[in-house]
Design a protein around this ligand. Structure first.
Ligand SMILES: [Zn+2]
Ligand SMILES: [Zn+2]
Length: 372
């Protein structure tokens, strides 16, 4: 079969920027050197680009996990053009298809089943999906956002203005134009590109399948560090409407922290999260499956498998009971029906169930620890 035509514009941009970042930047570093102000400014621009994609393109526009004030949307729209990853409309359209048809080589625009290279950058180098390039049916909702449409219409101009304007302005102000072009222009763009591309490639190859093994998405703390929290990709593919990717307090998810902080400032609202009991059940079901798979490979493990299943059933029962009472308690608290919650019967029941659940969780952990 004949390969689709090469998209020379994309290939040239990727190649030239990469070569400059890999050769000219280190050469300049050894010969002239960069000062702290230049390094810090380049880092700030890298963060601005990255977060415009993760908080803006991804969690706001593609998945609508929260709502944002127009000023924040405007900042993200400019940052997205600076990151040079196509318009919000196009990016979100691609991304919604990726979620809907994940790993389907014919439909997923960056299917991980096509291999690392393809899902990382190859998919943008040839006309693989030319037939649906201007089909924006799945982003009709975004077409109502004037900022999205304004960015889409003036994308080329905005991209040029941001990618040349910012490095040139900073270079002139700081007094070293070439240094700024190399660091803020080229290196920042290349790092921003490839760290984002890792979400489509490495985050579908390397890491743990915590919640499901029905798709290739992985949870990976190291990748989360490089991608402003997007490395918890296994979670994200199941709970895509959640504004968080790293749900535990210790998980590195600066995009989540940004969205939450902006809520305190009144810039974001209606932050969506997934029900805790559903998340926990998915995680437990996956541990059960993995433990069973391991046990079946060993001889004479029928009894152990039976015990595993019994402990799992007990745990799910306790989990259901606990969350049921918690839900009632929260609802009553909200309605102010309980004058003194601490003394109430419901509260006692809640504390009791919480204790039982914790005990059962400990049992389960001991039982499965050696297996997974
Ligand atoms: Zn997504
Ligand atoms: Zn994905």
């Amino acid at each position: 079969m004949k390969k689709p035509a090469i998209i020379w514009l994309n290939v040239s941009i990727f190649l030239v920027t990469f070569l400059v970042a890999a050769i000219a930047v280190p050469y300049r570093a050894f010969t002239t050197g960069f000062d702290n102000t230049e390094i810090i400014f380049a880092l700030m621009c890298f963060i601005y680009c990255g977060m415009s994609i993760t908080a803006g393109y991804h969690r706001l526009w593609s998945h609508k996990t929260y709502q944002a004030h127009w000023s924040l949307r405007f900042i993200f729209a400019l940052g997205g053009a600076f990151a040079l990853q196509n318009s919000i409309l196009h990016w979100s359209s691609d991304h919604r298809i990726h979620h809907k048809h994940v790993d389907n080589n014919d439909k997923d625009p960056y299917s991980a089943k096509m291999g690392f290279w393809y899902s990382h950058i190859g998919w943008m180098c040839r006309e693989y999906q030319a037939q649906r390039y201007h089909d924006y049916k799945n982003v009709r909702d975004l077409q109502k956002d004037p900022i999205v449409m304004w960015q889409h219409k003036h994308y080329l101009l905005l991209t040029i203005a941001m990618n040349f304007g910012i490095p040139i302005a900073f270079g002139l102000w700081h007094g070293n134009l070439l240094n700024s072009l190399l660091l803020v222009g080229f290196l920042r763009l290349v790092l921003s590109h490839h760290t984002t591309f890792f979400i489509n490639s490495l985050a579908h190859i390397w890491g743990k399948q915590t919640y499901t093994d029905k798709n290739t998405a992985r949870d990976n703390g190291f990748l989360a560090f490089l991608t402003f929290g997007e490395g918890y990709h296994n979670y994200h593919h199941i709970f895509e409407n959640d504004y968080r990717n790293g749900i535990r307090w210790w998980q590195f998810d600066p995009t989540k922290w940004l969205i939450k902080s902006c809520q305190w400032l009144g810039l974001t609202s209606k932050l969506r999260t997934s029900p805790e009991d559903r998340i926990e059940k998915m995680r437990l079901a996956m541990t059960l499956k993995r433990s069973k798979d391991k046990l079946t490979l060993l001889p004479n493990t029928e009894q152990a498998i039976l015990q595993l299943q019994q402990e799992y059933d007990l745990l799910i029962n306790k989990l259901n009971a606990y969350y049921q009472v918690r839900k009632t308690l929260l609802a009553e608290k909200r309605e102010q029906v309980l004058a003194d919650v601490e003394k109430s019967e419901l509260m006692k029941q809640y504390q009791d169930l919480k204790l039982k659940l914790t005990e059962q969780q400990k049992n389960w952990q001991i039982l499965t620890e050696k297996l997974v």
